[in-house]
Design a protein around this ligand. Structure first.
Ligand code: GLC
Length: 436
């Protein structure tokens, strides 16, 4: 059997991502972006969104729907013009398994019912015309600003009968069923596009939108139009045996390769697979009987990694608490240190892949970084993990040296919802202008 130190070194090496590795990713990303734009074979879909960065003068009252993770959110907000957002009300509804993996009709009927509840709570009338921005964070081939069909599900969704359908039509049909006819979808947007628009509403230098949460993706501006890259599906990456195993056991085998190495839905599971391997090879938790819970897929949540990686207590007591929760009743300090190290390795690689993707997108627009770029970024992992954003920044510094200060990463909380309202406003304005 291989010595435990040797084994660890080997794992560590396989998760390291050198500057050269990042440069290679950037190069391959550029090639895939080009092919995607030309509609040639590529792992990047490069979907035109029919929207540009907002002007900042959009005004009015709007509703935004945000569907794309375990929660479904509804926002009502007022855009004041001059890049300012006034009164904002938001409500969150939890999606059940039956909505996510059942019949598509269940999902859209539930959304419509939530809207009805929201309208009642907010005392909204059924007469006042109100445009909605619909953030639907999945790969959608847009056919216009307010229409598009789902290409495939990601992030564990599998609701039946939706792929290939126009999701705006499905939503409007469900709204009809609830007797709601005054609200009309005037923009269908991806969450990255919402995020770029929310930041762009106040600052026109914003030209990249990124989400690092349950899933991951980016968008940017190309010839006056925002392009949804769907970068989660990028597949030119060096994978470890753990990545392969995760992919093999996933419900969307072979796709979303980058997402499976970067986003919150998967990082905990990668760490768990490594730990499980070490337990199996008797390198870890020798005193604790190999736990059943540890063997359970996805039991190590990415949020736990955040707790473990920020545990600086001398005994790593918070880590101990979490391990107990996972069924590891006895662990030595050495073992807990090792768990922390493994989580760090996995999240660090994820942040460096993200940095390479961001670098590729920025240099696609401006190869020598002649100008400033604002990257609007949101997502639970980016926001809440103790080192993720720092690690992205330091990786960008390795790539660009002093020029990194031309890239400004700005956390844009709730951007996806707000931005959808901004885009709905752009459309409403275009329609108004056309009617004049
Ligand atoms: C997944 C979706 C993508 C979304 C991302 C972040 O990758 O396919 O559309 O932007 O998750 O939520």
């Amino acid at each position: 059997m291989m010595g435990s130190d040797k084994m660890l070194q080997r794992i560590e090496k396989s998760f390291a991502l050198s500057l050269n590795d990042m440069r290679k990713i950037i190069k391959d990303f550029h090639a895939e972006m080009r092919n995607g734009l030309l509609r040639q074979k590529s792992s990047l879909k490069m979907i035109p969104t029919y929207v540009n960065i907002p002007a900042g003068n959009e005004k009015g009252r709007f509703i935004a729907l945000d569907l794309g993770g375990t929660n479904f959110r509804i926002l009502k907000l007022e855009l004041m013009g001059k890049g300012k957002i006034g009164d904002l009300k938001a409500r969150k509804f939890v999606l059940d398994k039956k909505h996510i993996t059942g019949k598509g009709k269940n999902l859209f009927d539930f959304v419509a019912r939530c809207i009805k509840v929201f309208m009642k709570k907010e005392k909204m009338s059924y007469d006042e015309k109100m445009p909605i921005g619909f953030t639907f964070s999945f790969p959608v081939e847009q056919t216009g600003i307010a229409s598009g069909h789902l290409l495939r599900w990601t992030k564990g969704f599998s609701a039946r009968g939706v792929i290939g359908m126009d999701v705006v039509k499905l939503l409007e049909k469900a709204l009809d069923g609830e007797g709601i006819s005054n609200i009309k979808v005037s923009a269908l947007v991806n969450d990255t596009v919402g995020t770029i628009a929310a930041r762009g509403y106040e600052n026109r230098n914003c030209d990249v939108g990124v989400i690092i949460g349950t899933g991951t993706n980016g968008c940017y501006v190309e010839n006056q139009m925002i392009i949804n890259i769907e970068w989660g599906n990028f597949n030119k990456l060096k994978r470890t045996s753990y990545d392969m195993q995760l992919d093999k056991e996933s419900d969307n085998r072979g796709s979303q390769i980058l997402e499976k190495m970067v986003s919150g839905m998967y990082l905990g599971e990668i760490s768990r697979l490594i730990l499980e391997d070490l337990v199996r090879k008797k390198t870890l938790f020798r005193k604790s009987p190999p736990s059943i819970i540890f063997a359970k897929k996805y039991s190590l949540k990415t949020e736990y990694m955040s707790i473990i990686e920020s545990d600086s207590s001398p005994n790593l007591s918070r880590t101990n608490m979490l391990l107990r929760r996972l069924g590891i009743s006895k662990s030595s300090l050495e073992e807990r240190k090792l768990v922390k190290k493994i989580c760090g390795m996995v999240s660090r690689r994820a942040s460096r892949i993200s940095a390479a993707a961001i670098a590729a997108v920025v240099t696609k627009m401006d190869s020598n970084l002649y100008r400033k770029h604002i990257v609007a970024i949101d997502g639970s992992l980016y926001e809440k993990h103790p080192h993720f954003s720092k690690n992205i920044k330091s990786a960008l510094r390795e790539i660009f040296g002093r020029k990194t200060n031309r890239i400004d990463m700005m956390l844009t909380k709730d951007g996806s919802g707000k931005g959808a309202a901004v885009i709905a406003a752009i459309t409403a304005k275009v329609e108004e202008d056309a009617a004049e």
